[in-house]
Design a protein around this ligand. Sequence first.
Ligand code: ADP
Ligand code: MG
Length: 256
Amino acid sequence: MTLLAIRNLTKRFGGLTAVDSLTINVKSGGVHGLIGPNGSGKSTVLNLISGIYRPTEGSIALSGAEITGIKPNQRAKIGVGRTFQNIRLFPTLTVLENVMLGRVTQQRSSPMGIILNSPLMRREVEETTEMARKALRFMSMEAFANEYHRNLPYGHQRLVEIARVLASGAKLMLLDEPAAGLNSSEKKNLGSLLTRMCDVFGSTVLLVEHDMRLLMSVSSTVSAVNFGKLIVTDSTANVQSNPDVIKAYLGAGSSK
Ligand code: ADP
Ligand code: MG
């Protein structure tokens, strides 16, 4: 079943076409890798899916429903979650609080309900705390729940970001280079977490990752792009041996 359908998606910045008539289907469940040399439009694609950018042309559908015109917070409500290439968490909040924020978009309490400390609000806070703890537990990060985020080692901070998306209950998780800055054992741990996350929570991950070994080891399907255009979407093994994909990387001066 298709969870995400991108059709003829195009994004121009002035004269530059960052994403060029891109069509990709992402199946429900598991990790779908998105690869391409630097500047090939990967982050822009994630920004278009999460609604930070408006496409110049094309459409995006989630579970068959068109989401091209709706705002980022509405997309988050219907299950689109993301992390950024650079960590964007609140340094002065605790780990638990940061993870709880992932669920705020899901809450139904009105501002008045919050002021009056309504039963619905109290229930939602309890629910949010429980989901956040569950996400941290899953990532073996519960021991750090009450630490300030800024005091955590970098590798742990990255996991908190993922825990936050997980706690939000997102159906589709857009991860932009989650392994950046991690050492090899942290990368290994991240890889197994991503795989297990899909199994345990039924998540679907669209993964942009510079580390090819990691990306290929967790993805069942991979889409390769170059200059904003799709080269191919295929099984991981087929993409790895695709001559056009190899050429795109060699052409960009990288052997990865
Ligand atoms: P990738 O994530 O694959 O490295 P990006 O999506 O960040 O690539 O960028 C694709 C191209 O679009 C690059 O040439 C980049 O400079 C350009 N670009 C990205 N965002 C903007 C923006 N907000 N304004 C202008 N150009 C942008
Ligand atoms: Mg990028």
